[in-house]
Structure formats: C-alpha cells, structure tokens
Design a binder for this molecule. Structure first.
Ligand SMILES: N[C@@H](CCC(=O)N[C@@H](CS)C(=O)NCC(=O)O)C(=O)O
Length: 252
C-alpha cells in the first residue's frame, strides 16, 4: 500500500494523521505544501471540496480532513482499530474527536499562526522536510508573507489569541474529564487521542506555555500520542494574556 500524506509544516491535524498512520504501521510519504498556497493546490490541483490539509492519496483516491482520514485508515487496515467496537464507547470517542476538531483545533491554529507572524525566527524549526521542493532554510525565509495571509484568513487577531489563551485551562480540563472517564488515554490510543493529542502537543512547543501545562494529564496524553513534534517557539505571548494559566499552574 503506497500512501501520500499532504500537509503543512507544523500543522497539528497533519501530525494527528501522521501519528495514526504510524500507529497502524502503514508506510507513507509525507509531502508538505506552502502555507496559504496549499489552498490552491488542494482546491484547484486536487479538486477537493475543502481548501485544507491533511489530505491522503491512496490508490488513485484522495481523502481530505483528519476525521475522514481516521475512518479511511480503519477501512484500509483494521488493526489496531482507531475506534472501539462497543457502540456506546464509540459514540463517546466520536464526540471527543468532534470536539477536538471543531473546538480545540482552530484556537491552537490561531495561536500558532499569530506566534509565527509575531516572531518568524522559529518557523525553520517546524520544517522537517523540503516544502514543495524548496529546502527548509530557504522556505523559512520566504514564509512570512504566506503566514501573514494565513493569519488573516484564520482571523488570528490579538483578541482571538487573548481569548484562546484564557480558554486554554477549561479546554485542558475538558480533556482531563475524558481521560478520567477512560474515553481518552486508555490502553489503546484511539482517533480522539490523536486528534486532541496533536493539538496539545503543538501547544507544548511554545516555551511560554510548556512550564504552565506540561505536568497536566492532558499533556501526558499529548506526549504519548505524538512523542515527537518538531519546533520550539521562545516566549512570544504577552505576559498579561497568560494570567489565568499562570494562576492555575501555581494553585495546588
Ligand atoms: N479541520 C480540518 C481542517 C484542517 C485545517 O484547517 N488545516 C489547516 C492547516 S492546520 C490548513 O489547511 N490551512 C490552510 C490555510 O489556512 O490556508 C481537519 O482536521 O482536517
């Protein structure tokens, strides 16, 4: 089976799919596109309905979207499964997965784009391979205008980032409720573990956030689901925006 995974450097849903492929032991080649330009490649070049990655190409077919891809991977290789057999447990995993994609993924994307626009120096660290044939050192230097467009289309404003940072503690709390209920972080990792884990794992590449959250169960799950995530961003967020997380981290 030959699979190509199309993504973007640093993209957390792409990393979720990569981790699911690795979990299943399916061989794949990852191809990273240029941020923002990827929209044209995916919509016009691949004729897919959405303008986002991840996309996998398998046997002449393309599947778009991290949740669709999780189901496709279970069809392609049943073991180990990404969803439980038991219908009730499956529903709970699907709800956590939906939340991970619809509620958590975008705020994390906004934080990451805003940070890359504010300080482009760390961008190179998120690039693990050539970007559409362009070597990472050159691609990183060419990236800022594309990141700027990404910031605009994803509405990664100061206000959004401030609100997302304030919402982070309750979001991690929600993940930890699912961990306590054994929906997440069970014996076998499921699609929701990868969906959510990849987002939290990207948060752990931010030096502002890492010391405030890394001891939390949600972050242990993230490191389990995605042991390695390239990239490291020095402090970038305004200290006042971290107030809520800071007070939570110091409260026993
Ligand atoms: N929620 C979808 C979409 C993911 C998504 O928005 N991907 C971003 C990268 S993290 C993207 O393709 N962005 C292109 C752009 O904003 O120009 C999924 O999980 O597959």
């Amino acid at each position: 089976m030959s699979i190509r995974l199309y993504g973007l450097p640093g993209s957390h849903p792409t990393m979720a799919v990569q981790a699911m492929l690795e979990r299943k032991g399916i061989e794949f080649t990852r191809i990273d596109l240029v941020p923002f330009l990827s929209r044209v490649v995916v919509r016009k070049g691949m004729r897919l309905p959405e303008n986002s990655v991840p996309v996998i190409a398998v046997g002449g077919r393309r599947v778009q979207g991290s949740r669709n891809i999780a189901r496709e991977l279970d069809r392609l290789r049943t073991e180990p499964p990404l969803f439980p057999d038991d219908p009730e447990k499956r529903l709970a995993v699907e709800e956590a997965e939906r939340w991970g994609e619809e509620e958590l993924q975008h705020p994390v994307r906004q934080l990451s784009l805003w940070a890359m626009r504010t300080n482009p120096a760390p961008i190179r660290g998120y690039m693990e391979r050539p970007i559409m044939g362009v070597p990472p050192p050159i691609a990183a230097r060419l990236a800022p205008p594309f990141i700027g467009r990404g910031v605009r289309v994803n509405e990664a404003s100061d206000e959004a980032v401030q609100a997302n940072l304030a919402a982070l503690d309750p979001m991690l709390g929600q993940i930890e409720e699912w961990i306590a209920a054994a929906v997440l972080d069970g014996e076998d990792l499921n699609a929701a573990d990868f969906q959510i884990g990849a987002s939290v794992r990207l948060l752990l590449t931010f030096r502002d956030l890492r010391p405030l959250i890394e001891d939390r169960p949600a972050c242990r799950l993230a490191r389990r689901a995605v042991p390695r995530y390239a990239g490291d961003t020095p402090p970038v967020f305004r200290p006042a925006w971290l107030g809520r997380l800071r007070s939570k981290a110091t409260t026993p």
